[in-house]
Design a protein around this ligand. Structure first.
Ligand code: NAD
Ligand code: FES
Length: 274
């Protein structure tokens, strides 16, 4: 079965949104889960967090950044073309319940997986405060969608071109030091950002969850490619996660494993451009 791309648009430079016709995935999807896609027979499998889904229309939204050979190839595809595989939903869904006030932190492309969480936490009766950050205002994605899905949105840009001049972590600290009681923080973005959020919240008594994005191969707990260390135990992000309690995550190991194949990835891009 092929999976048709029904919409494709560039959100900001190098970041694209695609709607894929995948009724089975859309019917079963929940916030926090991901899919693994393969473009063609010769393609590698890449995991992408589900950014939105519509069971009635049978469509699933993915948002990806051009980074490696496959995401660059995907970025060249257009509406009307097919993907060979689109497997999911994979991973555990986020445990969304009525808690009170939930702060959602999305950094860069990590705003994409935060978006369905904002909608679901709000639908569950929570007050949702979202903190979204990007390098500059032109790299900020889904701002309007996050405003619509949240009670309050705070923006940070590294260069100060919009909102707070600095990292999302500054705004997390400001909220934690303020009067609002916060019941849970969920942070998704580059590992260095999630490590920094975990560092800030460590001295406050607030549950903090992060969504890990290690290298994945099968997505079903068989290959061990996605192993991470959480609370001193080996966990497979694809079946035990991808969400974990931030205070237990060994971010340094995650970051070193993510950089392990950087040379091979660069070589693959060079080879595909020849
Ligand atoms: P980026 O480098 O532009 O950073 C986004 C924001 O994160 C920054 O604007 C800043 O507010 C914050 N940040 C960055 N470094 C920080 C630090 N040292 N301390 C505190 N805050 C910091 O992000 P990007 O280029 O969009 O990130 C791409 C990375 O995110 C890729 O590695 C991708 O794999 C990863 N990603 C992860 C997930 C996930 O599920 N965890 C989802 C999408 C993307
Ligand atoms: Fe293979 Fe998780 S991706 S075990």
């Amino acid at each position: 079965m092929a999976y048709k791309i029904t919409e494709k648009r560039q959100l900001v430079p190098d970041v694209h949104l695609m709607n894929i016709q995948a009724p089975d995935v859309a019917a079963a999807a929940n916030a926090g889960q991901f899919i693994i896609l393969r473009i063609d027979e010769a393609g590698e499998r890449i995991p992408l967090t589900i950014a939105d889904y519509n069971a009635d229309e049978g469509s699933v939204t993915i948002i990806f950044q051009e980074m490696g050979k496959t995401t660059k190839q995907l970025a060249k595809m257009s509406a009307g073309e097919d993907l060979l595989d689109f497997v999911g939903p994979l991973g555990k869904e986020s445990e969304i319940e009525k808690l009170g006030t939930v702060v959602l932190v999305g950094g860069g492309v990590g705003i994409a997986p935060i978006y369905p969480q904002a909608k679901e936490y709000r639908a569950a009766g929570n007050k949702v405060i979202s903190i979204i950050g990007a390098r500059n205002k032109d790299m900020l994605i889904l701002e309007d969608e996050m405003i619509a899905a949240s009670d309050e949105v705070l923006v940070a840009t590294d260069d100060g071109s919009k909102g707070h001049h600095g990292f999302v972590t500054d705004l997390v600290k400001q909220l934690l030091d303020g009067d609002e009681h916060i019941d849970r923080i969920v942070a998704i973005g580059p590992p260095i950002m999630m490590r920094a959020v975990a560092g800030v919240t460590a001295s406050y008594d607030v549950e903090t969850l992060v969504s890990l994005n290690p290298i994945m191969v099968d997505g079903t707990g068989m290959c061990g490619g996605c192993r991470v260390n959480v609370g001193g135990e080996v966990k497979f992000a694809c079946v035990d996660g991808p969400e974990f309690n931030a205070k237990d995550v060994d971010f340094n190991l995650l970051m070193s494993r993510l950089s392990f194949y950087r040379k091979e990835e660069a070589d693959a891009i060079t080879k595909s451009q020849k």
